[in-house]
Design a protein around this ligand. Structure first.
Ligand SMILES: C[S@@+](CC[C@H](N)C(=O)[O-])C[C@H]1O[C@@H](n2cnc3c(N)ncnc32)[C@H](O)[C@@H]1O
Length: 307
C-alpha cells in the first residue's frame, strides 16, 4: 500500500516554511512531508531528512534535489549531524511524524504486521538492537507482562505473556501470524474493528525500537537546536506519545512555581522561570482525511514556537 502522509497540509502550514529556511524532518519515511516542504522552499533553503530505516534512506536517495540532505540515523543523534553541517541554532523547524510507515508495515519481511506472515523482527533498523525473537528468547514472563501493559495499555498483558511463554517454551514461535493467533485465542475478541493482537504488537514495536526514549530525547534536544521563532511540529498516533509531547509543551510554556521559602538566588530563579515555547496548538485530522486514510484516525498534531 502507498504511504499517504497524515495531516500533510496542517503540518506544512504549522511550519510556516520560510523560503531560505533550514528544516529537519526527523522521520523521513517515504518523504511525504519532506517533498511538501521542498515545494515551499526557495533555492537557498535546505532540509535534513533523517530516518533510521536503511530502506527509507535508499528510497529517499532517489529524490535528486540538492536542497535535501538525507541521513540514515536515529533522530536522537541529530546534534552530531547539525555540528557536521555547521547548522547550530540555524534550524527553522523540526517535524516528527512518529511510528512506522505503511511501507514498513506492509512489508511482511519486516515483521511489523499481525496480518502478514513474517519473521519475528520489528526493528526499524534491522542492524540495530535485538529482534523480537531474540527478545522472546531472553526476557522473563514478568518483564513481557510489563512491556505489554506499559507500552500497549494491554489489560490482558498477564494472560497474553503467560500464553506466549507457554507456547514459546513448547515450540519456539516462528512467525508473526503464529504470534497473532496465540493472542487471538487468549483474549476475548469483542471489537471487530480492532484485531486482538493490535496492542501487543504496538507495545513490542515501541519497546524494541525504544520509541519513548527516542521521543523524550529529541524533545529535550529540540530546545537546543532550534532558533528563536522556529516551529516544532509533532504528529503522534497513540496516547503514550501524545501525553509526552503535551506534558513537554506545557512544562516549557509556563513559568515554574517555586515553593515559598525555598533558598534560591535571583539568577537561578530567572533561569527556572524562563518560558521556552509559545503558541501551542493541537490539530486533529478532518473527517474527510480519516475517511480517505484510516491511519489518520488516531493522529494528533501538536505544534509550538520556540522563544
Ligand atoms: C510515519 S513514518 C513517516 C512518514 C513520512 N512522514 C512520510 O510522509 O513519508 C515514520 C518514519 O520514522 C522513522 N523513525 C521512527 N523512529 C525514528 C527514530 N528514532 N529516528 C529516525 N527515524 C525514525 C521510521 O523508520 C519511519 O520511516
Amino acid at each position: 500500500m502507498q504511504h499517504i502522509p497524515v495531516l500533510l497540509t496542517e503540518t506544512i502550514q504549522s511550519l510556516k516554511v520560510q523560503k531560505n529556511g533550514i528544516y529537519i524532518d526527523g522521520t523521513f519515511g517515504n518523504g511525504g512531508h519532506t517533498k511538501e516542504i521542498l515545494k515551499n522552499l526557495g533555492k537557498k533553503g535546505m532540509i535534513l531528512g533523517i530516518d533510521t530505516d536503511p530502506q527509507a534512506y535508499q528510497i529517499g536517495k532517489k529524490i535528486l534535489d540538492p536542497r535535501l540532505i538525507l541521513i540514515n540515523d536515529k533522530y536522537s543523534n541529530i546534534q552530531k549531524h547539525i555540528l557536521n553541517y555547521n547548522l547550530k541554532k540555524k534550524i527553522n523547524g523540526l517535524i516528527l511524524d512518529l511510528g512506522i510507515s505503511s511501507f514498513q508495515l506492509d512489508n511482511p519481511k519486516r515483521g511489523f504486521s499481525f496480518q502478514k506472515k513474517g519473521p519475528l523482527d520489528m526493528r526499524m533498523n534491522p542492524q540495530i538492537g535485538i529482534s523480537l525473537l531474540q527478545l522472546l528468547n531472553k526476557i522473563s514472563e514478568k518483564k513481557l507482562t510489563k512491556i505489554l501493559y506499559k507500552f500497549g495499555n494491554e489489560k490482558y498483558s498477564k494472560k497474553i505473556a503467560f500464553e506466549i511463554f507457554k507456547h514459546h517454551k513448547k515450540k519456539p514461535i516462528s512467525n508473526t501470524l503464529e504470534l497473532a493467533e496465540i493472542i487471538k485465542k487468549t483474549i476475548p475478541f469483542k471489537n471487530m474493528l480492532k484485531h486482538p493482537a493490535t496492542r501487543t504488537f504496538l507495545a513490542l514495536r515501541i519497546f524494541l525500537n525504544q520509541e519513548i526514549k527516542e521521543l523524550k530525547k529529541i524533545l529535550k534536544i529540540s530546545l537546543k537546536i532550534l532558533k528563536p521563532g522556529a516551529i516544532l511540529s509533532i504528529i503522534s498516533f497513540h496516547s503514550i506519545e501524545d501525553r509526552i509531547v503535551k506534558k513537554f509543551f506545557k512544562k516549557n510554556s509556563s513559568a515554574i512555581e517555586i515553593p515559598m521559602g525555598l533558598p534560591i538566588n535571583e539568577l537561578q530563579l530567572k533561569k527556572k522561570n524562563k518560558k521556552k515555547i509559545k503558541n501551542i496548538q493541537r490539530i486533529k485530522p478532518t473527517k474527510l482525511e480519516i475517511i480517505n486514510n484510516k491511519r489518520a484516525r488516531s493522529a494528533i498534531l501538536r505544534t509550538a514556537e520556540i522563544l
